[in-house]
Design a protein around this ligand. Structure first.
Ligand code: ZN
Length: 317
């Protein structure tokens, strides 16, 4: 399929490259070479880029988080200006301090023309014992700003603090993308949903990668349990209702028909958007899978392009 739009694709600053091969590092810092060539080859018309993780969220000093987010957003905006017909961007945000995150989001959307926020899970301030989750009351003014600006908030994975989770000890193969990312990110997303955030901001839109970080698979069971015994949960509606009205998911790193079909059935066709997670995943593998996935032409067009155009209010040629 030509004209596809992708929404979870990454770049890096020199100081956020992290572990990985020199090939990965080169691809993370490339905006207009191989990235665009691969997009052409794979039928991807437009890609919305975000800073790689955990980067800003892992800064324990707020001033450094603010500086890193500003540098990332400035670089991204500059690269987008060179080819606005092919690239868009998400803002990185210093969530360590809600007021600083509000200021940077307003600057990134209002002045730099970025299309929303992409945040790499919880933020750190004082080390491993103090992860900041954004369902906490001090973040409500931040969410009011996201709602006011009418831009999507992408909750991107990061690893949990493994020294706080004994079950990971001695099992490094379950860390990162194989298992831990979805565990951590689903928990954070459910904290936000269950906090009643979307009752106070019914228009707010959160995006999850990796076909919803396994939440669609467990939706019926979670609702069934919570209806029997909500244990004082503040949220007023079923999890299903929020997943169908306040959450979108992308196919990043999940190139397989059965979970795609399940997600469409549980959330509705309008809630699913194509993505790769380049350069951590292969643009060719993800695109070849999607182009051949068992979908009607109408469904492929919605997931591959038009759902993204409406969520981000984009007008592409
Ligand atoms: Zn990613």
């Amino acid at each position: 399929m030509d004209g596809k739009v992708t929404i979870e694709e990454h770049f890096a600053l020199p100081d956020t490259l992290g572990p990985g091969s020199s090939e990965l590092h080169r691809r993370l810092q490339d905006f207009d070479g191989e990235r665009i060539e691969l997009m052409d080859k794979c039928g991807i018309a437009f890609a919305i880029l975000s800073l790689n993780g955990p980067s800003v969220q892992a800064q324990t000093k707020t001033a450094e988080a603010i500086d890193m987010a500003q540098r990332a957003n400035d670089l991204l905006a500059e690269e987008i200006t060179k080819r606005p017909e092919r690239l868009g961007g998400f803002a990185a945000l210093p969530m360590q301090e809600p007021d600083a995150a509000i200021r940077e989001l307003e600057r990134a959307v209002g002045e730099l023309g970025l299309l929303g926020a992409n945040v790499n899970g919880f933020s750190e301030t004082n080390g491993a014992n103090s992860p900041l989750y954004y369902d906490q009351p001090e973040y409500r003014p931040f969410w009011a700003t996201v709602d006011k600006l009418q831009v999507p908030f992408y909750l991107h994975p990061r690893n949990p603090f493994f020294d706080q989770i004994p079950s990971f000890e001695g099992h490094p193969w379950l860390t990162y993308a194989s298992w831990a990312y979805a565990l951590e990110t689903a928990m954070h997303a459910l904290r936000l949903i269950c906090s009643g955030l979307f009752d106070d901001h019914p228009q707010l839109q959160m995006v999850l990668g990796h076909l919803g970080e396994r939440i669609p698979f467990d939706l019926w069971r979670a609702d069934n349990c919570l209806q029997r015994n909500p244990k004082g949960m503040p949220a007023k509606r079923t999890l299903r209702a929020y997943m169908q009205t306040n959450v979108h998911v992308s196919t990043s790193g999940q190139f397989h028909d059965p979970p795609l079909h399940l997600t469409i059935k549980e959330m509705g066709i309008k809630r699913v958007l194509f993505s790769i997670d380049y350069p951590y995943e292969s643009m060719e593998q993800g695109s070849n899978w999607f182009d051949e996935a068992e979908l009607s032409d109408e469904e492929r067009l919605a997931i591959g392009r038009t759902n993204a155009l409406s969520l981000f209010r984009l007008e592409l040629k």
